[in-house]
Design a protein around this ligand. Structure first.
Ligand SMILES: CC(C)(COP(=O)(O)OP(=O)(O)OC[C@H]1O[C@@H](n2cnc3c(N)ncnc32)[C@H](O)[C@@H]1OP(=O)(O)O)[C@@H](O)C(=O)NCCC(=O)NCCSC(=O)C[C@H](O)C(=O)O
Ligand SMILES: [Mg+2]
Length: 325
């Protein structure tokens, strides 16, 4: 098996009956890179519209200073109305429950006729925070005008959130479709009193914990921001690492990070060739009554077929949604 490993294991290749209901609910939409754009900044939003990226997040939260919050929440609906973001997924990140700003964000953003594709709720500590937000949005927003549930991503960035991940990831609702679990590493580090090291070993447990829960409940798992945005070598190392660990995508903060991240979360040509050839070989051997066989020097059985299917599903999803890298 060549290349970057099986970050794609999350892309719904599983057929276990007990997990099927969760895997079925997950998105086929690739979200390899999701880029934050401060909600008040028209220049950056216009720039974002021209870029080849899976998802953008128009931000009301930590990318926006306190004295720009109102400007951001008023500006975002106008941006959505006048800007063609192409096939990109357009998310809005509201402020967290504890700030007391979420109500104003919701009434400004969701009262508009120009709704985003999805909402990101940061600093979720428990499922109660999600229920609170969904009730607020349903009461104040224009969600009934949608003919689909609103896509929801939740950001986990506190110690208590890590302890509550099972209930957070099992959240279900008719109005909201929880699709992404996003790791807010910077806030998490601040909360646990750790310092970021070069290889991020202090975050390994939390990253794996996020992946485990996202995958158990059929969600996309989105890895942390790489803050040193001019260090593309370090970015690539961390993005490939995240992909190998099982994340499906990564948060980015600058256009210069997009290509490396999207490439790192895409199967390589070698992986695609391997997956196609293996699927054919598997079918041949099944017909000969062989569940296990040797393919290119490796023992192959059903789990390897499922891994190959993951690669092929991801590439189909990427090709189906975008013409991007
Ligand atoms: C980091 C930045 C402040 C750097 O900005 P700037 O100095 O303007 O960068 P450049 O001059 O190199 O920009 C080159 C051109 O690219 C455009 N640009 C830059 N960033 C963005 C962007 N995010 N989206 C769209 N376009 C962007 C510039 O406008 C330049 O274009 P032009 O002028 O036409 O030539 C800046 O990149 C930035 O503000 N990034 C976003 C920061 C942010 O949102 N942070 C919060 C999210 S991360 C987070 O929340 C962490 C998480 O919650 C956790 O806890 O871990
Ligand atoms: Mg944060």
């Amino acid at each position: 098996m060549p290349g970057r490993g099986l970050q794609v294991a999350c892309w719904r290749g599983f057929h276990c009956s007990h997990t099927m209901k969760y895997h079925q609910r997950a998105a086929a939409t690739p979200r390899r890179a999701i880029m934050y754009v401060p909600g008040y900044d028209d220049r950056k939003a216009n720039k974002a519209a021209t870029l080849t990226i899976d998802s953008i997040v128009l931000d009301c939260e930590d990318g926006v200073a306190i004295n720009k919050k109102e400007e951001a929440r008023v500006n975002i609906p106008k941006l959505l109305a006048r800007t063609d973001f192409g096939s990109k997924d357009r998310f809005i990140r509201v402020n967290s429950r504890d700030t007391g700003l979420t109500e104003d964000d919701v009434s400004s953003i969701l009262a508009s006729n120009n709704l985003p594709d999805g909402l990101l709720l940061p600093k979720v500590n428990s499922v109660d925070d999600i229920n609170w937000f969904c009730d607020l949005a349903a009461r104040n927003g224009n969600l009934k005008s949608l003919n689909r549930p609103m896509i929801l991503g939740v950001m986990v960035e506190t110690a208590i959130a890590m302890l509550n991940l099972k209930e957070i990831t099992s959240f279900k609702s008719n109005t909201f479709d929880l699709q992404c679990l996003i790791f807010g590493a910077d806030d998490f580090l601040a909360e646990i009193g750790a310092s970021k090291t070069e290889n991020a070993m202090e975050l390994m447990y939390a990253r794996q914990h996020v992946i485990l829960h996202a995958k158990a409940f059929g969600l996309q798992a989105i890895d942390m921001v790489y803050n040193n945005y001019k260090d593309l070598i370090g970015l690539q190392r961390q993005a490939i690492e995240g992909a190998k660990m099982g994340f499906t995508g990564k948060q980015v903060i600058h256009p210069g990070q997009i290509d490396i991240v999207q490439e790192s979360f895409s199967p390589s040509k070698e992986q695609i060739e391997w997956a196609k050839a293996l699927s054919i070989a598997f079918e041949d051997h099944q017909q000969q009554g062989k569940g296990a066989f040797i393919f290119r020097g490796q023992m192959i059985d059903k789990p390897l077929l499922l891994q190959a299917n993951n690669i092929l599903s991801l590439i189909n999803n990427v090709n189906g949604s975008h013409t991007s890298s």
